[in-house]
Design a protein around this ligand. Structure first.
Ligand code: NDP
Length: 291
């Protein structure tokens, strides 16, 4: 049989993109299954984005992830959106179908819900408080609502963005949603089942910080989750664990959304444990990584 030297191409477009760890995780998964796929981390500025989207078809990529600042700008280039991506209004994963059409999905929120389920928690019937109203919060809120959450409270520094997200949830899903501004040292309502930090507080260089809430209002029985994955055991999660809450870190969400991308592009079940181990190698450093 003639040898095939051509690899199937996937990757990510973003700017900045240097610190994006998805590539190491996807490539570890491709290797584990012996697939001739590559994942390239590519710097694409807004000016270059139209050409980059043309290249997706021209070089016959299998698909591409989008990160800042392209998740919304990509919408006009797509032929079809998943129902959740349509509501969220942003796409992080594009799949090039056999006929060359482009399908857009948002796997961030689905990855979050899946990571929760893997840790024995479900959004169904639960009261959820989300800190933040940016892209990650939006994807998480929509997927939790679609997964049957009872009520979502959005707490955000910029109150207008919190109101917009709560309005979106109420108008597009059956879930109750309210918005709140963020007062320093604010307490968490005592009927909260799941508390999520979906802000970038605590990320990277900001690791000595944590969201300004009254941590003594966190009680055993609550599940507390952070989207920040670097570091994985954030001060936010440490404070919640000290109060007896169950914690779910951001690596689970990252791995689970990566596993969904993998399946969308390859049609194969993802080797999730390989992907989690790779992320632990990158960020875990012996910390509790929840998964
Ligand atoms: P956005 O820029 O869209 O949103 C940032 C959010 O954080 C906003 O709600 C913003 O509030 C809030 N915020 C930032 N700084 C502060 C502060 N000092 N005090 C209070 N609120 C603050 O970012 P994303 O939603 O895309 O990303 C958020 C985080 O999610 C990042 O850490 C990112 O790495 C992580 N993430 C993790 C994923 C995973 O798989 N684990 C996947 C995707 C993202 P305001 O509206 O007032 O500006």
């Amino acid at each position: 049989m003639e040898k095939n030297y051509r690899a199937e191409l996937t990757g990510v477009f973003g700017d900045p993109v240097e610190g994006n760890p998805t590539g190491v995780m996807e490539e570890a998964a491709y290797e584990a299954l012996g697939l001739n796929f590559r994942y390239i981390t590519m710097k694409v500025t807004p000016d270059g984005f139209p050409d980059a989207m043309k290249a997706v078809r021209a070089i016959h990529m299998k698909g591409v992830n989008l990160t800042m600042p392209h998740k919304i700008k990509v919408l006009p280039y797509l032929d079809e959106l998943s129902p959740a991506a349509k509501i969220i209004g942003a796409v992080n994963t594009v799949v090039v179908r056999e006929d060359g059409t482009l399908f857009g999905e948002n796997t961030d929120g689905k990855g979050f819900v899946e990571a929760l389920l893997r840790c024995g928690e479900s959004p169904e019937g639960k009261n959820i408080v989300i800190l933040g109203a940016g892209g990650a919060a939006r994807a998480i809120a929509v997927e939790c609502a679609l997964a049957g959450a009872r009520k979502i409270t959005v707490v955000n520094r910029t109150a207008q963005r919190a109101r917009e997200l709560a309005d979106l949830i109420r108008s597009e899903t059956a879930c109750e949603a309210v918005a709140a501004g963020w007062e320093a040292g604010q307490g968490i309502p005592q009927d909260t089942d799941i508390l999520i930090n979906a802000t970038s507080i605590g990320l990277g260089e900001d690791r000595a910080n944590r969201p300004d809430i009254d941590y003594d209002t966190i009680r055993p029985g609550m599940t507390v989750s952070d989207v920040v994955f670097n570091p994985s055991n954030t001060l936010f999660l440490q404070a919640a664990a000290e109060r007896g809450a169950k914690t779910v870190n951001g690596l689970g969400m990252l791995a689970c959304q990566g596993a969904r991308n993998f399946t969308l592009w390859t049609g194969r079940d993802a080797p999730l444990s390989v992907m989690i181990d790779k992320l632990k190698e990158e960020f875990g450093e012996g910390q509790d990584t929840s998964l």
